[in-house]
Design a protein. Sequence first.
Length: 279
Amino acid sequence: MTSTEDRMRLWRLADIRPLAQTPTSRLWRARSPDHGEVVLKVLTPYGSEERHGFRLMAASAGRGMARVFECDDEACLMEYLPGPSLGELVRQDRDEEAARLLARVAAEIRGVPVPKGLIPLESYLAALVRTDLCLLPVAARPHLAEARAVAAVLFADAPQPVALHGDLHHDNIFHSPGGWRAIDAKGLVGDAAFEPANSFRNPWDRQNLARDPARALRLAEIYAEGLGLDRGRLLDWAFVQVAVSMAWFAEDQGKLDDDLALLPVMAAARQIGRATALR
């Protein structure tokens, strides 16, 4: 088993400084003699699924995602992205500009050849089906049941699968000298319309935006135009994504309040989108 210290020596890192620690990983900023400023990311057992994301990021060669210079199943060495993040643009009241840039990043990732070992989208979202509705607040159960039905239809008529970052939101996309690039890929394969789904509920500290159905409709329009995708399908996946997030939190006995507030918002946006499409 390779230790973090072994990797630091093997990858010849210097000027090593702790950067962040999350439930899924520990990160250090360092300098590489070959690659300049880099980030070393080492997964925790809770974050082990992100090894699939390492494979996708390595295959991208910098197309829409941070360049990966070295990786194994537990760690990767990638370029340092100085920022700002798209989340900072939203906090500066530049939400629609951020959405257009996010769509551009999603389009770049969609063009990455699908490497082996990615997670099928249906497997990734399996909690939506397996979670006992009794674990959820009574008010959320009809929406969860609806989301299951919507997901079943989406999977039944799924288009040709593409590589998916899988967690593409504003605070996972940073500016760099090479342009806007994403970090923290999950490494999925599936429907391209799923890719921006998590952005509808982000940035997480701007819930006044996320809880506005009109904002969801604006994002769907921008993504539909930027990615050449159906607006209704984008809204369907955004609704399903909030539902599966609630299922994950329920399984982990986590906090449900935010998703409980978002579910009816995304359900309403989806219904408005469908109604206006029929006019």
